[in-house]
Design a protein around this ligand. Structure first.
Ligand code: GLA
Length: 401
């Protein structure tokens, strides 16, 4: 399948919805896949995402008013908010994401102007591939570029600042207490590279995705993570509890982030942690997953895909049994993939409770894998899944028509 935005067609839709005229510009921000390092970005851990070529594209033009009007091509609905009362947009269904970013940009000094915006997505919404971060980044760069003081603000707000604005928007405006991984990947992605990111310092490096004859296949369970936001926030609260227990267990090592503790520290803290078995499981996942990311990044850099695949499987066990954020559909997709000897590794990716798994598959077998795994999964769950052969693309940017 080819997933592209037909810019000429989008321009004509834009003019149908908002009227003819010059000055339309287009911005694009990708979704992401996370190779490994799940649910540890908000614990100051290391994560290993890569930007996809699946993205949100937004066409924009000033409209000379104080209103931001937004149209989504898939939903075929327009919604709007006023720059003079952005808070009123908190209740918008998806328009709350751009509105939240508008509020952050205005707070940072952007003199925003009324705009018409048309959103077109090749990213399946709610599939764990960060469609919301991609909306935040695409609309963020668009609004910044159309603001009265765009030149000054572009110097002040680089891509990392834009990512942080997107994260704050999601935390403060949309009620999800997410970490920085998704927005960072959508902002800083680089073609054919994964990003090894330290979420505590925001130091990062690019690691070329050396897959040789293999390719990454995303298997979408098509189970929307409807409970996602509340469960996500619940896990965040649990790891905060975990941090307190680590402080209690190791009073000489009061780190700010759970990921600063080593696996040895975890062992030492066991007597205290074991009093709260669920919290102990969450802490164990976080500390061991953080160590696994470093290992996985080495394996990938060395082109050792077999070991990398084994590490991915271990990570899946950890997020499934210790962090408990998978669910029947993701478990079925993971388990069925184990029937294919040529699948080097597999794991869920993203927040969980639905969404996608990633699978390392010989390029020549990808079609067969999608067909056969799809049939097995559908037989087991009654849901028809979707598959995407991953290509890794660039971060947020302006496109030319
Ligand atoms: C969601 C959040 C991220 C991260 C992942 C889990 O995608 O937005 O910040 O916590 O879940 O790794």
């Amino acid at each position: 399948m080819i997933y592209t935005h037909d810019l000429d067609k989008l321009k004509s839709t834009f003019e149908k919805v908002f009227g003819k005229g010059d000055g339309i510009r287009v911005f694009d921000a990708p979704g992401r896949v996370n190779l490994i390092g799940e649910h540890i970005d908000y614990c100051g851990g290391r994560v290993f995402p890569a930007a996809l070529t699946l993205s949100n594209t937004v066409l924009c033009r000033n409209n000379g008013s104080r209103k931001v009007r937004m149209y989504a091509t898939d939903l075929k609905i327009t919604s709007e908010f006023s720059l003079d009362d952005i808070d009123a947009a908190k209740t918008l269904k998806w328009g709350n994401y751009p509105a939240g970013v508008a509020k952050e940009l205005a707070g940072a000094g952007c003199e925003l102007e009324g705009m018409d915006m048309l959103f077109d997505s090749t990213l399946p919404f709610g599939s764990g591939l960060s469609s919301s971060a991609s909306v935040e980044l695409a609309s963020g760069l668009a609004m910044l570029s159309f603001s009265k003081n765009a030149k000054t603000m572009a110097k002040k707000l680089d891509r990392v600042q834009l990512a942080l604005a997107g994260q704050r928007a999601e935390n403060r405006f949309c009620g999800v207490n997410c970490g920085i991984m998704d927005q960072f990947a959508s902002a800083m992605g680089k073609e054919d590279n994964a990003i090894l990111l330290n979420c505590s310092t925001l130091e990062f490096s690019y690691v070329p995705l050396k897959l040789g004859d293999y390719t990454l296949v995303l298997a979408n369970t098509k189970k929307k993570h409807s409970l996602g936001a509340s469960k996500y926030n619940e896990r965040r609260a649990e790891v905060e509890e975990g941090l307190k227990l680590m402080h209690e267990a190791l009073p000489d090592k009061k780190f700010n982030n759970l990921c600063e503790y080593s696996e040895d520290d975890f062992t030492q803290a066991r007597p205290v942690l074991d009093k709260e078995p669920v919290i102990r499981m969450r802490v164990e996942h976080v500390i061991r997953e953080n160590a696994r990311v470093t290992k996985a990044a080495h394996e990938l850099s060395n082109g050792d895909l077999r070991s990398f695949g084994v590490t991915l499987r271990e990570a899946n066990d950890s997020i499934r049994y210790l962090y408990e954020v998978t669910g029947d559909e993701l478990d079925a997709m993971f388990e069925e993939a184990q029937n294919f000897d040529y699948c080097l590794g597999s794991r869920m990716t993203g927040a969980g409770f639905g969404g996608c798994t990633i699978n390392i598959i010989p390029t020549g077998a990808a079609d067969e894998f999608c067909r056969e795994l799809g049939a097995r999964y559908e037989k087991r769950t009654g849901i028809t899944p979707e598959f995407y052969v991953c290509s890794i693309g660039d971060g947020v940017r302006e496109l030319k028509f």
